[in-house]
Design a protein around this ligand. Structure first.
Ligand code: GUN
Length: 316
């Protein structure tokens, strides 16, 4: 209760400053702020993913094509096994041709490159995805560079990365794209907002920052060398946590009423948890994604959407 009152007071002082600046009547905003001092609203990734999946199925029907997606796995990483199987399965469920290609852990780099070349040349294949990580004898950069950018539904090829950072149409990485849809599902406008991304990976941190920038947010990327990361994070009206460290983001790092997107998938004592300390953070945030059930379901849905886009571009 004390925590709630303190939170409410903090909200009040923030909003009053904002209200004066915008010339809003303070009284009206106080009511909104009291409501926001309660637990955050949950962002339901499963529900948002379902909407996107319905859009994908409708687009396939409209185009009258059966887009082909091939998901390649090398070796027996248990997480990759589940991801790749689910990707191919979801593809078939939505009316795509989903194929899972599995190769042994001992596969050579040149054999995988030959396989990618074969898929590039196969006209029935619209999307190629090589699940990462790869066994140590294979350089993932060489494999990504070998994929035809027009079939690169992961959006990892340098040509697509370049287009994304130029703000030009591209195949965009799936998880970052899903993050943007989740933020949009809250109805909170992105333009002009202070957005902080914690983590600078090529798969999530950098592309999510580029997408937020393209939507006119003021974007800061935090990483392992950032000084006073907590203070930077606390500035964020939109906070994206993608560091891969369980419960790294504590309540003190969250600005009251912020939109908090948790990209983390970690395990503590066999239990799935995100990069955000959810139980504590939900008392301060305005909106928050759970783990599981937040970002996770979006990634596969966006992959399907990217594949349909790639197919439409190639075939029409
Ligand atoms: N490994 C972890 N995330 C991803 C992803 O989005 N795509 C691929 N290909 N591999 C991954």
């Amino acid at each position: 209760m004390t925590a709630l009152v303190i939170t409410a007071l903090v909200h009040l002082s923030f909003s009053m400053r904002g209200d004066r600046a915008r010339g809003w009547p303070v009284k009206t905003k106080v009511t909104l702020v009291s409501a926001a001092a309660m637990a955050a609203q949950l962002i339901d990734g499963k529900a948002v993913a379902k909407v996107l999946e319905a859009e994908v199925a409708a687009e396939i029907a409209r185009l009258g094509i059966r887009p082909g997606l091939v998901a390649v796995r090398v070796g027996n990483d248990p997480a990759s096994e589940i991801y790749v199987r689910n990707k191919a399965k979801k593809a078939r469920e939505l009316g795509l041709e989903g194929t899972e290609l599995v190769f042994p852990e001992t596969m050579t780099e040149s054999a995988l490159l030959a396989e990618v070349a074969r898929l590039n040349a196969d006209d029935a294949v619209d999307g190629i995805l090589v699940q990462l990580p790869l066994p140590k004898q294979i350089d993932p950069k060489k494999v990504i560079d070998a994929i035809d950018p027009a079939k690169d539904v992961d959006g990892f090829h340098p040509a697509n990365v370049g287009l994304l950072h130029l703000g030009r149409p591209a195949l965009v990485p799936c998880t970052p794209s899903g993050v943007m849809r989740l933020i949009d599902s809250t109805g909170v406008a992105i333009e002009g907002k202070r957005a902080v991304v914690i983590g600078r990976s090529d798969i999530v941190g950098k592309p999510v920052a580029a997408l937020l920038l393209a939507r006119n947010a003021t974007v800061t990327i935090c990483h392992s060398r950032t000084r006073d990361l907590a203070a930077v994070a606390r500035e964020a009206e939109i906070l994206v946590a993608a560091i891969g460290r369980a419960r790294f983001v504590t309540a003190e790092m969250i600005r009251p009423c912020a939109v908090v997107i948790d990209v983390g998938i970690n395990r503590i004592d066999g239990k799935l948890c995100g990069d955000v300390d959810f139980q504590a953070a939900k008392e301060t945030a305005g909106w928050i994604t759970p783990v599981p059930g937040g970002v996770g379901p979006m990634t596969i849905a966006v992959l399907m959407s990217n594949t349909v886009r790639a197919a439409a571009r190639r075939r029409t």
